[in-house]
Ligand binder design. Structure first.
Ligand SMILES: Cc1cc2nc3c(=O)[nH]c(=O)nc-3n(C[C@H](O)[C@H](O)[C@H](O)COP(=O)(O)OP(=O)(O)OC[C@H]3O[C@@H](n4cnc5c(N)ncnc54)[C@H](O)[C@@H]3O)c2cc1C
Length: 203
């Protein structure tokens, strides 16, 4: 069974943003031996039908579906050490002590930490997470969406949540920022609590 230090679940704005920042840190001493993976399921992403005309850096008319495709390519080419698991959907999660088991429709994985970035739709909730589900506070109640109860993106020890399912309003930049924030929280923990950002500088 494949084991990860961190496994991200969901390959959209929050999940891919988290994976890119973790990937960009993999040459740092505190992250060098870490194994990072992402389950890049994208079918249920809100981005599939979105046109993004209000996101910094995106040209008018940018399709969400293009960003999903390009995001995977960017992760592959820039940070190939991040293991991408495609064509799998998580069906259940079980936390036993310090280890988390993640069952997909095809495989079983283990991880020390997981980052849940799935959609806020009720039927999409993964088995094992039911006790953390509460009504979504920032999406109109008529839409009947849910979030995972958390404190600063932490649901339980080793279980992080990011993106709209963390309770944030549904805007691309907010979801991406939330995924990025969780990545830097994990890096800070790996770096003995020293606040960590990954910046590149023009040579
Ligand atoms: C029609 C529409 C138009 C929009 N237009 C704009 C706009 O103009 N500007 C803007 O800022 N925002 C817009 N948005 C909002 C934006 O798309 C969302 O805020 C953003 O996609 C949220 O990202 P996320 O990563 O939190 O969740 P999502 O994009 O919903 O991604 C969730 C991910 O989890 C995966 N997943 C779900 N279940 C599982 C599972 N069991 N196992 C593994 N993976 C799973 C999904 O396939 C998906 O990849 C729009 C949304 C819609 C629906």
């Amino acid at each position: 069974m494949e084991s990860f230090d961190v496994l991200i679940i969901g390959g959209s704005a929050a999940g891919l943003s988290c994976a890119l920042i973790l990937g960009s840190a993999m040459e740092k001493p505190f992250a060098k031996n870490k194994k990072i993976g992402i389950i890049t399921h994208q079918k249920a992403s809100a981005l599939q039908n979105a046109e993004l005309n209000n996101v910094l850096g995106f040209k008018k008319g940018t399709k969400g579906s293009t960003i999903l495709e390009e995001g995977l390519k960017q992760l592959t080419s820039d940070f190939p050490k991040v293991i991408q698991i495609s064509n799998e959907k998580v069906v259940s999660i079980l936390k036993e002590g310090n280890s988390i088991s993640i069952k997909t429709n095809k495989n079983l994985y283990k991880a020390s930490k997981i980052v849940i970035t799935t959609s806020p739709a009720k039927p999409a909730i993964i088995k094992g997470l039911e006790s953390y589900v509460i009504p979504h506070p920032t999406i109109p109640a008529i839409k009947d969406k849910i979030m995972l109860k958390n404190h600063n993106h932490i649901v339980a020890e080793g279980i992080y949540v990011a993106g709209v399912i963390a309770g944030w309003r549904s805007q691309y930049a907010i979801a991406a920022g939330s995924g990025a924030l969780v990545a830097t929280d994990i890096l800070t923990e790996w770096n003995n609590g020293n606040h960590t950002m990954i910046h590149d500088v023009i040579e």
